[in-house]
Unconditional design. Structure first.
Length: 145
């Protein structure tokens, strides 16, 4: 990956407000990113498998995944991604409101790369998104697509 290539991030988020905040936070980042947003788990899997309207979409470098999604929840998406030989190398950051110990344990059992509880405070949420971007887009060496 060259420094001129943007980092593609797939955000799986059903809350339009949180999605909009993530877009705004990433615009201010030090790294060029392309954020792709889908509202549920069914659309996430269609995006990742490049089906139908997503056939020309890039493979994301990182997935930001909410757990509580309509149609197919994030736990199911995480299980499918990590059991798919073609997708399992994509780092998955669980970014959710749940602070339940069972959700944390289950996410790591399903091989999430990290688990972050979304802050309720607007400024803290933006800080978290920027920290995710900084870590996953500048510090970590991501696998080739």
């Amino acid at each position: 990956m060259t420094s001129a290539e943007p980092i593609d991030i797939l955000l799986v988020e059903d809350n339009p407000g949180d999605a909009r905040l993530a877009v705004e936070a990433l615009k201010e980042g030090r790294v060029e990113t392309k954020l792709h947003v889908v509202p549920d788990g069914v659309e996430a899997m269609r995006f990742l498998r490049r089906e139908d309207t997503y056939r020309d979409c890039p493979r994301p470098h990182v997935i930001l995944l909410d757990l509580n999604l309509p149609r197919k929840d994030g736990r199911q998406v995480l299980a499918e991604v990590k059991s798919d030989a073609d997708l399992k190398r994509i780092p998955v950051v669980v970014l959710t409101t749940s602070q339940a110990e069972q959700d944390i344990l289950k996410s790591y059992e399903l091989h999430a790369n990290c688990y972050i509880a979304k802050p309720v405070d607007l400024d803290q949420f933006i800080t978290v998104i920027k920290a995710i971007e900084d870590f996953w887009c500048t510090i970590v060496r991501l696998p080739p697509r």
